[in-house]
Design a protein around this ligand. Structure first.
Ligand code: SF4
Ligand code: FES
Length: 250
């Protein structure tokens, strides 16, 4: 396959960027999108030009690092896959492919296609954990009965990989699908209920401090999420938040 790529190039956080055109030839339809980007970069390096920076790590849909906005869609035209799992057979020979970074105030562009998603880490640090006794007397997890329904819902929420596609897709740059998943995965389980009020209040507070927008129930985040995280998690977070706001004692 021969392709024309229109790629966002930006020197650093302070510089303004622009779209630039590149040609890549002889791409196998069976190669992944990131392998195609590797071919582009090898060509640029061999010509003495600066390669295009983009984030990636596992290349298996696990780490949530790959974050490209391809032809106007977060993670590209396929459904329920990350950019690293996207294959070139989803594109046509001769096609022009537009590649941009996530666009959101809370995800500033660091260079080219790489953005700073440390705002997600700060939200996690605000409450995305449980406090457990690790002194050697840790209770066997199997000793705590959990309903199949709640276990399944918690597992579904826990599949969120923190990629940020929900934010990039949302017209309000809302992080509520991500935060909803992180709140729900603990609130549904007995181990997470102890700190549930502080968790939701602190995580939502941090989310607002980071500059993410609000949810207006468009649902684009659910469509583009590579892990199929449901909007139900946002509803659960809103219920948790309301209950915590009313009943929290200080
Ligand atoms: S909710 Fe989905 S799109 Fe958002 S960070 Fe988690 S996995 Fe990515
Ligand atoms: S590189 Fe890890 S999810 Fe894509």
């Amino acid at each position: 396959m021969n392709l024309t790529l229109k790629i966002w190039r930006q020197k650093d956080q302070k510089s303004s960027g622009k779209m630039m055109d590149y040609k890549v030839n002889g791409i196998s339809p069976d190669s992944s999108f990131l392998e195609m980007m590797d071919v582009l970069n090898e060509g640029l390096i061999s010509k003495g030009e600066e390669p295009v920076e983009f984030d990636h790590d596992c290349r298996e849909g696990i780490c949530g690092m790959c974050s490209l906005y391809i032809n106007g869609e977060a993670h590209g035209p396929d459904r329920a896959v990350t950019t690293c799992q996207l294959h070139m057979r989803k594109f046509k020979d001769g096609e022009t492919v537009t590649i941009e970074p996530w666009r959101a105030k809370a995800f500033p562009v660091l260079k080219d296609l790489k953005v700073d998603r440390s705002s997600f880490e700060r939200i996690q640090q605000a409450g995305g954990f449980i406090s457990v006794n690790t002194s050697g007397n840790t209770q066997d997890a199997n000793a705590t009965p959990i309903s199949k329904h709640n276990a399944d819902k918690a597992m579904d929420a826990a599949t969120c990989i923190g990629c940020g596609a929900c934010v990039a897709t949302c017209k309000n740059a809302s992080a509520m699908l991500f935060v909803g998943a992180k709140v729900a995965q603990f609130s549904l389980l007995p181990q997470g209920r102890v700190e549930r009020k502080d968790r939701v209040l602190n995580m939502v507070k941090q989310m607002d401090l980071e500059g993410f927008g609000n949810c207006t129930n468009t649902g684009a985040c659910e469509v583009e999420c590579p892990k199929g995280i449901s909007l139900e998690n946002i509803a659960m977070m809103n219920r948790e938040y309301l209950k915590a706001s009313i009943t929290k004692e200080d």
